[in-house]
Ligand binder design. Structure first.
Ligand code: NAD
Length: 261
């Protein structure tokens, strides 16, 4: 098969492309190289199984051209990372919400299956107690720019589910939880690569708050396996899945672990 991977030059997207090529599929990557890089996929561009189209998911004609040429799409292009979202809120909203709109509309129009990479951020800021699937969404203080990311992902989820219900499109939503691994950069606020580079430089590790907040980290290879399985499963269509690890770690313990290693 031939797949469109938007954001395929990024951290997770480049691993999705790796796995698809490993499964003998062809891949078209559409990426504006804002946070992704050619370096992430250089090894894939040599043998002709992967084509890189440099451009934005906001460019309707370009997306349409890419969409027409493939069987299915993994939509991962987004402005990601708390620091980036706060610094470029307008860009984030445009790329994430309007980008999803463009890509989903064209996938629906051309009858292509689509998997949307959403985020655990859509759960918002809880009150410290575990959330259930049915819990009301508690987005943090609405004036804080970081919640623009959660809102744009929520918009994408609602859009994908509406395309399924009203247009009969084949779309699946996967909410990723703290994916980590090779090619992830700490530049935009991701904690593990930032800890690793601080530790390697012999610097102190920056822990926000008291460090007792916990997160579950998932290796990118496991995340990619889940994304490919969900993208290929008929019974996943129209549903939303959490993709993450069940093992929480306190951030201060993660910092200690990185220093130890
Ligand atoms: P990333 O920044 O490495 O990847 C995003 C890619 O999208 C980059 O290559 C970037 O250049 C590209 N991009 C951004 N705006 C674009 C635009 N307008 N047009 C075309 N390309 C554009 O981040 P990532 O961690 O690989 O995230 C991939 C996806 O997974 C994103 O949708 C993100 O929201 C989602 N996600 C990631 C995590 C995580 O833990 N990394 C968690 C939850 C959700």
């Amino acid at each position: 098969m031939r797949f469109l991977v938007t954001g395929g030059a990024g951290f997770i997207g480049s691993h999705v492309a790796d796995a698809l090529v490993g499964g003998d599929h062809e891949v078209v990557i559409l990426d504006d190289l804002s946070t992704g890089s050619r370096e992430n996929i250089e090894h894939l561009l040599q043998d002709g199984q992967v084509e890189l189209v440099v451009g934005s998911v906001l460019e309707e004609d370009l997306v349409e051209e890419c969409m027409r040429s493939v069987d299915a799409c993994f939509h991962l292009a987004a402005v990601v990372g708390v620091r980036l979202v706060i610094e470029q809120t307008l860009d984030s909203i445009r790329s994430n919400a309007l980008g999803a709109d463009t890509v989903f509309t064209l996938a629906a129009r051309h009858g292509k299956r689509l998997l949307f990479a959403s985020s655990s951020e859509v759960y918002g800021q809880g009150d410290g107690r575990p959330l259930t699937e049915g819990a009301h969404r508690a987005v943090g203080y609405r004036m804080h720019a970081r919640w623009a990311y959660a809102s744009s992902k929520m918009y994408g989820e609602a859009l994908a589910q509406s395309c399924v219900r009203e247009l009969g499109s084949e779309m699946v939503v996967a909410r990723l939880f703290n994916v980590v691994g090779p090619r992830q950069t700490g530049t935009y606020g991701m904690v593990l690569p930032r800890f690793v580079s601080q530790a390697l430089a012999g610097a102190d590790l920056t822990v926000y708050g008291d460090g007792r907040q916990s997160r579950c980290f998932l290796h990118v290879d496991d995340a990619v396996q889940a994304l490919l399985a969900l993208g290929g499963a008929n019974r996943a269509i129209g549903n939303v899945y959490n993709v993450g690890s069940p093992d929480p770690v306190r951030i201060v313990d993660l910092a200690r672990l990185v220093i130890e290693r």
